[in-house]
Design a binder for this molecule. Sequence first.
Ligand code: KG4
Ligand code: ZN
Length: 358
Amino acid sequence: MIVLGIESSCDETAAAIVNDKKEILGECVLTQLEHKAFGGVVPEIAARSHLEHIEEIIEETFKRANIKPTDIDAVAAASGPGLIGGVVVGVMAAKALSLALNKPFIAVNHLEGHALAARLTSDVEYPYLLLLVSGGHCQILIVKGVGEFERLGTTIDDAAGEAFDKVAKMLGLGYPGGPMIEKMAELGDENRFVLPRPLQNSGDCNLSFSGLKTAVRKIIESYSPDNNIEHAIISKQVTADICASFQKAATDCLVYKLKKAIFTFRSQYPQGKDIVVSGGVAANTYLRKRLQQVAETEGLIFSAPPIRFCTDNGVMIAWAGMERALKGISDSLDFKPRPRWPLDADAPKAAGAGGVKA
Ligand code: KG4
Ligand code: ZN
């Protein structure tokens, strides 16, 4: 079976073709650079850019895969959650292909794309414990199967990636901030600044990053003559030390709550053996190392998608589409893109008339 996946829910226009042997036949990602000047993604600019590039990205993906459109068995598109103008572009392209080729359309939850990506590249088995950390989401979930998620914890304010981006913005490091913070942190002293670890005593698996972000703001303000971060004069070394201290604090928060979640996961699923991290922040090598240590201590297997499949890409959508297709799940062409779509909102529909044949 061969599935085409399309991603357009934020600032990457991407497509990929995978088969059921876990081979990536072709892929193509275009990261929109137009947003850099604005320090964040501008939804209208993103939607227009997706519209301008989606066709060439899909064509290029088929070229790289060296197959014809008629060779695929299903078309999947990230159908939410995300910036709706962009999501609509990918969904419409997928529906048009589905109609023209007479192949099933599969509406993939973008978060399910992140959640299942590690199953394409590693031997991760259901049920597994997932730390999903991206620019818009930060959750700890038990992944029981396709479309079957139990959320153990979530952020009560900012997502982890959002916190990285906001701290980077305060330090004038540009967007997206995560990779810049990680790079600067390598040069810094992670113990120089004392930062809070919010919600450590909450007793649940929820997370919070807003207090951490405010604490960083206060440090930056202290380097300004008038307490205005715009006027702060910070040396490269202090910037690096702030980045390292922030990265450590944010990672400590994630690790601490993941350990709590491991306890719950184990009591519910003693046979479960995998911990997975995914989403854009999972590209952070420091976080990956820390999680690897946790897994080793707990006797669990740690997996993460290769770094390039952590940030948004078409491969994860194609693979999530594949997992659905293999179960005979597909969606009607009436499917309405969903700007908000919690992972644990609904289980997949049973295989029906629109099911895919393997
Ligand atoms: O998954 P993603 O590409 O888009 C969303 O679905 O949100 O995640 C993007 C987020 C951004 O906030 C970005 O700063 C963060 O992932 N990110 C990182 C790193 N690379 C990307 N955060 C920390 N360290 C990184 N190396
Ligand atoms: Zn994403």
